[in-house]
Design a protein around this ligand. Sequence first.
Ligand SMILES: Nc1ncnc2c1ncn2[C@@H]1O[C@H](COP(=O)(O)OP(=O)(O)OP(=O)(O)O)[C@@H](O)[C@H]1O
Ligand SMILES: [Mg+2]
Length: 392
Amino acid sequence: MNEQKKIRVLIAEDDFLAGEMIKSLLGELGYEVVGKAVNGRQAIEMTQSLRPDLVLMDIKMPDMDGIAATREIQVVQPTPVVMLTAYETEELAAQASAAGAGAYVVKPPDGRTLQRAIIIALARFADMAALRRSNARLEKTLVELQAAQEKLMQQERLAAVGQLAAGIAHEYNNMMAGIILYADLMLRGDNLSAKDRERLAVIQEQGQRAADLTQKILDFAAESILHRQNLDANHFLRGIQTQLARTLPENIRLHLTCPADEVIIFADPDRLRQVVINLTLNAREAMPQGGNLYVALQCLHVTDGADAPLPEMDAGDWAVITVADNGVGIAPEALPHIFEPFFTTRAPLGSGLGLAQVYGIVRQHKGYIDVSTELGKGTTFFLFFPSLEIKT
Ligand SMILES: Nc1ncnc2c1ncn2[C@@H]1O[C@H](COP(=O)(O)OP(=O)(O)OP(=O)(O)O)[C@@H](O)[C@H]1O
Ligand SMILES: [Mg+2]
């Protein structure tokens, strides 16, 4: 049998004569004996070094018995095992099976019995291996499912908060526009005392701050009025480079990398500028000791779902803007919340609206956002915008 590829067997048997007898029986049956161990410990070592297809394991051996050795082999070098036993009891059979042996034979076995036991042990081992593989696949799928579910819940949560916030923001927007307008009209009057002028200026300034806050909330809720146009993201980023550099202290270096060609997206330049500025400000806060800020633009072609950086992205051309810092990174417990409005780890200085605004603006442009971060190493935000044809 098995002329093409002989099954390689390791014998673990402390009794020399019994071992020799089994060796010759195996030879007659067409198996290749790769070695002989005389105790459990040696059986484990030889299984690891010789990697046999099967181990014939005596139950009673000095140093470490066959049951314990089989159990350890299933951990360090999983291999089919046939147990050799001097007598047969139910308890022994149960112990052998629990340790991972696929079959057992009573000594001295005849050729047919031994061959049957070997075939059963090999088949059971193959079944177990297949089961383990499908279990591993199942576990992986479960982890992926859980991650997708968490992401969906996060998106739903943001959408619900956004709806509520947008309702309030619309009302406030109108009221603030009225307050600012009337303060402005009054300031134009001639017969105002210096004190009143000062007070009106405060009303105007505070009104403007409230209007800015309202704008952030409208941005987050993806309810801003957009002035979208065909915009070369390349030209756009080069254009705001100086403005970005001005927001950074001297110990942070800005590196801008853009491709040679135009990359056209359909975007509102003011809102897009706000996005990049917010990310730059966050990077600045993340690098109090200084560091490097990398802003880059790339083109990405997605053929189908399989090569999309995010599963929800459609096939087609995308412009990818990345903003990367080598700052403090984001803690795993904070990460699921960073896009939520008013989530901040920098209170009272931060309002927690920067990333919420970025999120909403990107979504309103039919884009996607992703983040990768490592504590102490830095953070990269990826912005994906649908890209139009490249102008020539
Ligand atoms: N580049 C970054 N590195 C490390 N942490 C960041 C980074 N960007 C955002 N974060 C974390 O996400 C939180 C939320 O950011 P977000 O911009 O929304 O609010 P903020 O910066 O705290 O306040 P605001 O932007 O309103 O002034 C931050 O408080 C910070 O913990
Ligand atoms: Mg911020």
